[in-house]
Write a protein that binds this ligand. Structure first.
Ligand code: M6R
Length: 600
């Protein structure tokens, strides 16, 4: 979702800001802007659309060595130039960018700003007007900023410029991510490290309800009462090349291809010197000690959670419930006596999941986060973290993070099974190796999937994915991939549920993609395919070696039946990719979506 960058140093800030915003494009946005501090005044350039559109209107001759920038994903007010950030205060003295949502902005308007004509429909503008209001009442800028922040309810990451002071950027954070990057002759501000890896790998975290005064050579962190806080920098363990497409046309295709590598990396990271699977014993104790596990997640991570439930229940025999994070808070089930919460989140920033984390921590429960981003909010605020080691995932459509989540959940289930004395004879490391090879083979068959996508999905208006058991969960993920990037209306269904309603939607030529990778339900799912074919569907059965039949469109290599989701999802990811491509959709940046969903 929205992204922030800032620069203060010796160079012209415009290019650093624009490049930083380009690196944040993957988060999803619909308008963008920068504000740069010239000798006389702060100049704003902002535009609806892409950073490329913004670049066209930025005056190359306006030199400014201080600036802030923003990508906006609309929440309050439509995507437009007027609502794009940065926003200025009434007199023009203050300029501000903001991520997050200010819940009480209407009340603040009524209480403090009835005499101030607002220029946008955003909640953000209230913040900058309040800073000016408090500064006009005689407070220093820092005091006015802290006073404003104390009034705000909701989430924010903020960068603020004061036209009367050319040497500072004021920064603040609460529940929305923001970092300070350190350089020799400059400092930078960024929503995530990737945005500023081009200039530094040294970063300082900002905690909730802190402000930072950033100058060219210094940063000062304070709490909202003005007490100074010391904090050391850390080195971002990211390689700038991880966030480049290389020779790939899209990040999504690159990330699909990276899946075998990711599985091998996970094997390496979760193995001890004796070649045995290992997970921090504290985490295993927490899992063992739970009488019920509650998995909380959204979107693709929720789908991985459904597979994880199977693993934990089947291998470790601990009951698991999987919940959509945005529902859980309002619709909390009766909890067991000793619950453990597992949050699954690629980004580690999903606001819906974080809201649940805050809630269950307040109830005194323990939480484990499974995430791709070390130091992310969900990681920091949970008791334990397991990392995915998938490397940065840039495409909005999650692919390698899903397979990594499933792999880590399988390891967690297997190590727990051993710890509770329910060891089994599955050699998970070896099975992962087989699965990684199988994915490689599928990635080498791209031409075939491209043809299949053309045949089934090029002109259809809808598509259905069916499966039973674990295949049903993978079907849900296949449908999500297809709808989010190709805009084809796609739904995943349990094969047996079709005749209870959904089959009414089947028409002549409706694509029905059926997964058949589970021996125990192979005949039943094939029976369901017959039912839809009898009503005109265009079936595409994807089965597994050993279970195949003549009617199948593609047979994936044989893998352990618990690990089939790692492999059977790959054709579905490639279907979605090629369908989007054939329909001229923006594969990596689908409309209306954000990579990191940081508002509830
Ligand atoms: O970062 P998270 O895993 O918490 O994100 C959850 C969902 O927003 C995410 O999985 C989303 O569904 C993806 N765009 C799916 O491809």
């Amino acid at each position: 979702m929205c992204g922030i960058v800032g620069y203060i140093g010796t160079q012209d800030s415009k290019e650093v800001l624009l490049k930083g915003l380009e690196k944040l494009e993957y988060r999803g946005y619909d308008s963008a802007g920068i504000a740069v501090m010239g000798e006389e005044h702060v100049q704003i350039f902002k535009e609806k659309g892409r950073i490329a559109d913004l670049r066209k209107i930025v005056d190359p001759n306006f030199f400014a060595n201080v600036g802030i920038g923003h990508t906006r994903w609309a929440t309050h007010g439509v995507p437009s130039q007027k609502n794009a950030h940065p926003h200025k205060s009434a007199s023009g003295r203050f300029t501000l960018v903001h991520n997050g949502v200010i819940e009480n902005y209407e009340g603040l308007k009524r209480e403090y700003l009835m005499d101030v004509p607002l220029k946008s429909d955003t909640d953000t503008e209230v913040i900058v007007q309040l800073v000016e209001k408090f500064a006009d009442s005689g407070l220093s800028v820092e005091e006015a900023f802290r006073t404003t922040l104390k009034q705000l309810k909701g989430s924010y990451a903020i960068a603020l410029l004061d036209e009367l002071n050319h040497d500072m950027i004021y920064v603040a954070k609460n529940k929305s991510p923001l970092l300070i990057g350190l350089g020799d002759t400059f400092n930078v501000v960024a929503s995530d490290a990737m945005a500023m890896l081009q200039v530094t790998d040294q970063f300082v975290e900002i905690m909730d309800k802190e402000i930072v005064i950033v100058t060219q050579n210094n940063i000062t962190i304070k709490n909202l009462d003005g007490d100074v806080i010391e904090r050391s920098p850390y080195t971002a363990e990211l390689d700038a090349s991880d966030i480049e497409k290389g020779t790939y046309p899209h990040f999504m295709l690159k990330e699909i291809d990276e899946q075998p590598l990711v599985i091998r990396k996970i094997i390496q990271k979760y193995q001890n010197e004796a070649g045995e699977l290992q997970i921090d014993p504290k985490i295993i104790d927490a899992v063992k000690g739970a009488d019920r596990i509650y998995i909380i997640a959204a979107g693709t991570s929720y789908h991985a959670g459904l597979v994880g439930k199977q693993y934990i229940e089947k291998l470790a025999s601990i009951p698991v419930e999987v919940h959509i994070s945005s529902e859980f808070g309002y619709n909390m089930p009766l909890l067991s006596a000793q619950p453990l919460f597992i949050f699954i989140s690629q980004s580690g920033e999903t606001a819906d999941s974080r809201a649940v984390l805050v809630q269950i921590k307040a109830m005194g429960h323990k939480a484990l986060t499974i995430t791709n981003v070390p130091g992310s909010t969900l990681s920091r605020e949970a008791d334990y973290t397991l990392l995915l080691y998938a490397g940065p995932e840039i495409a909005v459509a999650s692919t390698k993070a899903y397979t990594a989540q499933i792999a880590v959940l399988a390891i967690l289930a297997q190590v727990t099974a051993q710890a509770v004395g329910r060891g089994n004879d599955m050699d998970l490391l070896q099975e992962f190796g087989i699965a990684a090879n199988a994915i490689e083979m599928l990635c080498d068959s791209k031409v075939e999937f491209e043809d299949m996508a053309r045949e089934y999905l090029a002109i259809t208006r809808n598509a259905f994915f069916i499966g039973r058991g674990i295949d049903y969960y993978v079907g849900l993920e296949g449908a999500l991939k297809l709808k989010e990037i190709s805009y084809i209306q796609a739904e995943g269904f349990a094969g047996g549920e079709l005749k209870h309603g959904t089959i009414a939607l089947i028409e002549d030529g409706t694509p029905v993609i059926a997964l058949a990778t589970q021996a125990s339900v192979n005949l039943s799912i094939r029976g369901n395919v017959k039912e839809v074919v009898a009503r005109g569907a265009h079936p595409c059965i994807i089965s597994m070696k050993g279970l195949e039949s003549e009617e199948d469109r593609f047979v994936i290599p044989a893998v352990h039946e618990l690990l089939t989701p790692l492999v059977s999802v790959v054709p579905l990811q490639l279907f979605a990719y090629y369908a989007a491509l054939h329909r001229d959709c923006d594969v990596d940046k689908p409309r209306n979506l954000a990579k990191s969903v940081t508002v509830e």
